[in-house]
Design a protein around this ligand. Structure first.
Ligand SMILES: NC(=O)C1=CN([C@@H]2O[C@H](COP(=O)(O)OP(=O)(O)OC[C@H]3O[C@@H](n4cnc5c(N)ncnc54)[C@H](OP(=O)(O)O)[C@@H]3O)[C@@H](O)[C@H]2O)C=CC1
Ligand SMILES: O=C(O)[C@@H]1CCC=N1
Length: 261
């Protein structure tokens, strides 16, 4: 049997987003994984769980010549990290997930490699993410396709002009937290009506997953889908009217506005 070498993917910054990406990549079972993070027992434990190699400086990342480098560092340190990746080979793809860090600033520091900016969300951990992606015009079609093909393994990739990454970051990136608040509130109500907590979580998560799948499959607008549920004089319309009365629509719009500030 031949011992074929697997492509190496490096993730710099194994916090919440880095870990979600590592889990999604691990599920694929086709990449070797390298992580750079400051020494931290949490990350050492994660290395054992997910089976990645752990290093603590970017020189070690450069030396190992990964095919893809994913930056999941806090936004304020990402440009400093990028500076240390200058010596990566020209064939390396560096994909930053740092919200609000613009491509031209990354490109100024990573002068050699192909650079992309993305906004993923935590469902990448189960390969069901939503990933906004922007690349400079000078990236070739072939390079662009390589990045899209790679990231598509973690979820749905939506290429957008860079100026739209901020709003994708809110709707797609923060969105799971907003949906989690909704699911948590609905679980409380279900428990108040006598459902046990674990069953409530299962029913509600499955309902949210199915609603998203139906919207994607049918391409119907949310309002058209809602109308299909609201039977005349039925239960749903009473619930929808209560949501309107208590300002759910306004609360959601305000959440997006505040997160965009
Ligand atoms: N969380 C999300 O859903 C999303 C996050 N993002 C972006 O991802 C990035 C990370 O966010 P998030 O995971 O939530 O943040 P976390 O704070 O959870 O993770 C940041 C990680 O980076 C590590 N780190 C800090 N400084 C360095 C450094 N110089 N070199 C290498 N690693 C470093 C931290 O290590 P330690 O903890 O040991 O200090 C930590 O493990 C941000 O830029 C954010 O904008 C984008 C979309 C969605
Ligand atoms: O809360 C944040 O700033 C990051 C960016 C999008 C989701 N999480």
């Amino acid at each position: 049997m031949t011992n074929q070498k697997r492509p190496l993917v490096a993730v710099i910054g194994a916090g919440n987003m880095g870990t979600a990406i590592l889990k999604g990549l691990k599920n694929l079972n086709k990449y070797d994984l390298l992580v750079q993070n400051p020494e931290n027992p949490r990350v050492s434990k994660l290395a054992g769980q997910l089976g990645f190699e752990l290093v603590h400086d970017n020189e070690a990342v450069v030396a190992k010549q990964p095919q893809f480098v994913i930056l999941t560092t806090p936004a304020p340190v990402t440009l400093d990290v990028a500076k240390e990746l200058k010596k990566l080979p020209a064939s390396t793809f560096v994909i930053s997930s740092a919200a609000g860090v613009p491509l031209h600033k990354l490109n100024r520091r990573i002068t050699n490699s192909i650079v992309a900016a993305m906004i993923p969300n935590t469902p990448v951990a189960v390969n069901a993410g939503t990933i906004g992606l922007a690349m400079d015009a000078n990236v070739s079609d072939k390079e662009r396709a390589t990045v899209v093909d790679f990231l598509s393994q973690l979820g749905q990739v939506i290429e957008v002009p860079e100026k739209q990454l901020d709003i994708i970051g809110v709707v797609g990136g923060c969105g799971p937290a907003f949906v989690d608040v909704f699911m948590d509130a609905m679980s409380d109500a279900a428990v108040a009506h006598g459902m046990n907590r674990q069953t409530a979580y299962q029913v509600i998560a499955s309902m949210v997953k199915g609603s998203g799948a139906l919207a994607l499959a049918t391409k119907q607008s949310p309002s058209a889908l809602r109308d299909e549920v609201t039977s005349p004089a039925g239960t749903t319309i009473r619930g929808v009217m209560a949501l309107e009365k208590h300002g759910m629509r306004h609360a959601v719009i305000e959440a997006v506005n505040k997160a965009s500030d």
